[in-house]
Write a protein that binds this ligand. Structure first.
Ligand SMILES: *[C@@H]1O[C@H](CO)[C@@H](O)[C@H](O)[C@H]1NC(C)=O
Ligand SMILES: *[C@@H]1O[C@H](CO)[C@@H](O)[C@H](O)[C@H]1NC(C)=O
Ligand SMILES: *[C@@H]1O[C@H](CO)[C@@H](O)[C@H](O)[C@H]1NC(C)=O
Ligand SMILES: *[C@@H]1O[C@H](CO)[C@@H](O)[C@H](O)[C@H]1NC(C)=O
Ligand SMILES: *[C@@H]1O[C@H](CO)[C@@H](O)[C@H](O)[C@H]1NC(C)=O
Ligand SMILES: *[C@@H]1O[C@H](CO)[C@@H](O)[C@H](O)[C@H]1NC(C)=O
Ligand SMILES: *[C@@H]1O[C@H](CO)[C@@H](O)[C@H](O)[C@H]1NC(C)=O
Ligand SMILES: *[C@@H]1O[C@H](CO)[C@@H](O)[C@H](O)[C@H]1NC(C)=O
Ligand SMILES: *[C@@H]1O[C@H](CO)[C@@H](O)[C@H](O)[C@H]1NC(C)=O
Ligand SMILES: *[C@@H]1O[C@H](CO)[C@@H](O)[C@H](O)[C@H]1NC(C)=O
Length: 827
């Protein structure tokens, strides 16, 4: 019965024992999911194999309410069903009586209830004692139990998902191609319309096709990354590689390390999406979506046209080229493309450089991979009259190989960054030594002239433009890689992306009635998602350039933080000029609105206030010590403390926060940003910030919570002390009770109140070294320990605050919040 060598020896000659052993073995296999089956085991519907690291699981599944059963591999530990491979994608089982077997000589097969084979793997090398194993990479392999070599692997037959380790490309010897093909629909894994191929015609590039028609093109490979894609070569978390051998061409990509789950998938609608799993939000977070914009549409601007998503119209001719058919070009029909304004004559032609472009389609190219300088490439290209352009094949070294173009130059787009140079053949009489960048700027004027000069009605043109913008806008709605958020940011941030229409719908088009207030750099709106979840949307005001940096800072930091006393970020939205962060909604708004309101502050009894103090302390402790990063908030204040329905405080607004590596404990900034009344003296005066400057702000908050007064603007007739000074003088008089908010009506535990004030005063001491750290603060608040004597607070009279604002009054952030001061110190 068994083919297993091990079993044979261990059970030799002992039939009874063997049967018992087998029984136990089967029971074991069934109860503890194994990653391997051999010829005497089979997987029936309901059973699974689990890879040894527990990440992948193989078994039977169906999609939604379809009764079709498939055998496939999915991510085992996550709640969103994510099928990375389907064996019988074209031939589903119709009931739950299927089995998966591996039989000698090494064929994996799915059998239906009558033992008919509905799917089987191909056989290359026979394996007399075959086993099938689900590897940690998600690869299902077949091999002989006594041999390490695979005879078959699912990674050679990917479906719509590219996992780390799958190698796309061609084996020229067997003429077998490994490529990705989309599902027919979300409910049907059968091969759909779209497929993604490493195209070996000419110099390899990646083509995404709908049927046989090219939709968009990725590449060519420039040695470091795909031309036209962001330069990811310096990103340590991510790898891409294209290898060209005499017998094969192979492309692989993935996330380095196994700390995050990641995949690239070609969706049924032809969209390519790279994503990583976000444990916190329990969802896949996509960080690259292709196509990015209309300029990714293959050959959108025709031969010798260049597409620039940032201009309107987006198509222009390369410099020194003119529309082949000005009239159709004027009608924004760009398919005819452009031609040289002076034709080539072969002899005496010269080459002009076009920079910052995505290299054109390489199907009509030749190349050599020997080390050659650009000058040598030019000599070779000049010699060959059919060579119309050349460039460096591999930009990773200095002059390694040449790429020669023949025929039309198709599918060029202008790149804001990570573009490449192309040297295009030009008639000798064409003026200029070196062409400037091929941004469409140069010829846009001409295009416009032609548009206006042509007899086509301007109205039609405008109409077409409007349609274009509409389509364009829609196409970009899922594109998180916009403007100041680079792909890297998005990936690092690991935050789900919300489309603008989703957010607009949720906030009723940012209606005024949904406006919650004005945050640091723009308005905040309340919204309701379709599933009923309430959200708060912080929308960057369009005029605030500084805000972009702060929003980005916040996006980068907050995604990595998770604590009961920190506000939770649900995602972000970036489209065109719009940048937004989406948070969970806090029904009780910010602390200042309750605490400093005469009526509402009555709702905050002492217990609630003390809980809030403790909550903030724990949130801050997490930021300072317990999170993966050491984070200094830099703008802790009552309006940045949000309260949820249970009045649990959540620290928010990380726009100014800084993270610190390793053992660094303080830093200095030339741009002091913070809020008057909460800033520690060393920060306000010298720009020195450290965890102790946050401790100072925390101390201010504690005193505000006890007294119900703002530190800033606190006025008592008999002195000109601020709240800190007032608390300090009461501390010296040993009369702390007098500081307590009268609306608490004496209903409090005096010991607890005095402890809180005392800790608050310790936190606002003038010297940062005297202030306790947050772990001490949490401890002192929660335990009846003896407290050290407090020293004089920093900034304890109004007069002490003498800050020179004169050095720069026109700073754009100075106006965004009147409580925030910003200036550049002339040091
Ligand atoms: C399958 O392999 C296991 C472990 O290699 C072995 O113990 C067992 O006897 C084999 N069983 C079958 C079910 O052939
Ligand atoms: C699946 O079920 C939903 C309702 O639960 C129904 O609307 C839909 O038509 C069903 N789809 C199929 C393919 O049966
Ligand atoms: C299918 O094969 C299994 C194992 O070989 C056998 O036990 C079963 O009776 C077969 N079923 C049918 C319907 O032939
Ligand atoms: C099982 O598969 C065989 C071969 O594909 C087929 O002829 C037969 O009809 C199938 N039986 C059932 C019950 O689906
Ligand atoms: C299942 O149905 C839901 C809702 O109709 C749909 O969103 C989803 O794409 C379908 N497919 C899968 C695999 O869940
Ligand atoms: C994600 O969560 C799962 C289950 O809670 C856990 O096993 C896994 O280690 C987590 N992964 C990461 C990267 O935190
Ligand atoms: C806090 O929110 C809850 C739920 O919205 C509400 O019942 C409660 O009155 C609020 N408390 C304060 C102090 O506003
Ligand atoms: C702190 O970090 C610096 C540089 O990273 C290192 O030279 C120094 O030894 C570290 N100090 C301690 C106490 O770890
Ligand atoms: C916090 O302060 C206490 C008391 O001074 C000290 O023992 C502790 O090491 C400090 N913790 C950190 C993380 O600096
Ligand atoms: C404000 O700062 C900018 C840049 O730091 C500088 O160019 C400008 O001269 C400053 N304005 C004043 C009034 O000092």
């Amino acid at each position: 019965m068994s083919n297993s060598k091990k079993l044979k020896t261990s059970a030799a000659g002992m039939d009874k024992f063997r049967n018992q052993f087998l029984l136990i073995y089967f029971l074991l296999i069934r109860s503890t999911s194994s990653d391997t089956i051999n010829a005497s085991a089979r997987i029936t519907d309901g059973e699974t194999l689990v890879s040894s690291n527990g990440v992948f699981e193989l078994g039977f599944f169906n999609l939604n309410n379809s009764t079709n059963r498939y055998v496939g591999i999915w991510y085992s530990q996550i709640s969103v069903p994510t099928y990375v491979w389907v064996a019988n994608r074209e031939s589903p089982l119709t009931d739950r009586f299927g089995v998966l077997t591996v039989t000698a000589p090494g064929v994996l097969a799915i059998l239906n209830r009558t033992n008919g084979t509905v799917w089987s793997s191909s056989l290359t090398t026979p394996a007399p004692n075959p086993i099938a194993q689900l590897l940690d990479s998600g690869n299902l392999i077949v091999k002989d139990a006594d041999d390490d070599r695979f005879t078959w692997q699912s990674f050679d037959y990917p479906c719509d998902t590219l996992l780390s380790g799958i190698r796309l490309g061609w084996n020229y010897v067997t003429s077998v191609e490994t490529y990705i093909s989309s599902w027919k629909s979300d409910d049907d894994p059968a091969k759909g319309e779209y497929s993604s191929h490493v195209d070996p015609t000419g110099y390899p590039q990646m083509l995404l096709k709908k049927g046989d028609i090219i939709q968009y093109r990725i590449g060519p490979w420039n040695g470091l990354y795909w031309s036209g894609a962001p330069d990811t070569s310096n990103d340590p978390t991510y790898f891409l590689s294209l290898q060209i051998f005499p017998n094969e061409v192979r492309y692989t990509e993935g996330i380095i390390g196994d700390s995050v789950l990641s995949m690239s998938r070609l969706n049924p609608n032809g969209e390519g999406v790279r994503s990583t799993w976000n444990n916190r939000t329990n969802s896949w977070a996509s960080y690259t979506n292709l196509p990015v914009d209309n300029c990714d549409n293959y050959a959108r601007c025709g031969p010798h046209g260049s597409c620039n998503a940032g201009t309107s119209p987006s198509c222009g001719c390369l410099e020194r080229f003119v529309p082949r058919d000005p009239e159709s070009w004027g009608r924004t029909d760009w398919s005819d493309g452009c031609v040289r304004r002076i034709s080539l004559s072969c002899n005496g032609d010269k080459f002009l450089k076009y920079s910052a472009i995505k290299l054109p389609d390489t199907r009509n190219t030749t190349y050599n991979v020997e080390r050659r300088s650009l000058a040598e490439c030019q000599v070779d290209c000049a010699r060959d009259c059919s060579c119309v352009a050349y460039t460096q094949l591999n930009i990773s070294g200095d002059g390694s190989g040449c790429l020669f173009y023949h025929g039309d130059l198709i599918d060029i787009r202008a790149m804001a960054s990570s573009g490449q140079d192309l040297y295009i053949r030009m008639a000798a009489s064409e003026p200029g030594d070196v062409a400037g960048t091929s941004r469409n700027g140069g010829n846009r004027g001409r295009t416009r002239t032609i548009v206006i000069a042509s007899t086509t009605s301007l109205v039609v043109v405008v109409f077409v433009c409007l349609i274009f913008f509409y389509v364009y806008g829609r196409r970009r709605k899922n594109d998180p890689i916009v403007g100041l958020f680079s792909a890297t940011h998005v990936k690092e941030a690991d935050l789900p992306f919300f489309s603008l229409p989703t957010v607009m719908k949720a906030t009723d088009n940012f209606s005024n009635k949904n406006k919650l207030g004005e945050g640091g750099f723009g308005p905040v709106y309340r919204g309701v998602l379709e599933d009923g979840q309430e959200i708060a949307v912080k929308r960057l005001s369009k005029t605030s350039r500084q805000g972009v940096n702060e929003l980005r800072n916040e996006v980068m930091l907050i995604a990595k933080l998770q604590h009961r006393n920190l506000v939770r970020t649900l995602g972000f939205c970036a489209q065109g000029e719009e940048y937004m962060l989406i948070y969970e909604y806090m029904p009780n708004h910010s602390l200042d609105l309750t605490l400093f309101d005469k009526e509402k502050s009555r709702l905050l009894d002492w217990q609630k206030r003390f809980d809030i103090i403790n909550g903030i302390a724990k949130g801050l402790l997490y930021l300072h010590q317990d999170s993966r990063l050491r984070i200094i908030h830099r703008d802790l204040k009552a309006s940045n403390i949000l309260l949820d329905a249970d009045m649990i405080p959540k620290i928010s607004d990380f726009g100014l926060a800084r993270s610190f590596g390793g053992n660094q404990t303080e830093a200095q900034t030339r741009r002091v940003v913070g809020t008057y009344g909460y800033m520690s003296p060393e920060y306000a005066i010298d720009g020195l910030f450290s965890v102790k400057s946050d401790v100072f702000s925390f101390g201010v908050l504690v005193l505000e919570l006890v007294s119900g007064h703002r530190n800033r603007g606190f006025i008592l007739n008999d002195h000109n002390l601020n709240l800190l000074g007032h608390a300090w003088s009461l501390y010296k008089e040993d009369n702390l009770r007098k500081l307590v908010d009268p609306c608490l009506d004496e209903a409090f535990d005096l010991g607890q109140v005095e402890r809180a004030i005392h800790v608050g005063l310790l936190c606002v001491q003038n010297s940062p070294d005297d202030r306790p750290n947050m772990s001490s603060v949490v401890f002192m608040l929660g335990n009846e320990v003896a407290l050290p004597q407090a020293k004089q607070p920093g900034f304890f009279t109004e007069r002490d605050i003498s800050i020179d604002h004169s050095s720069n009054s026109s700073n754009p952030t100075a106006s965004h919040n009147q409580l925030t001061i910003t200036w550049t110190q002339g040091r």
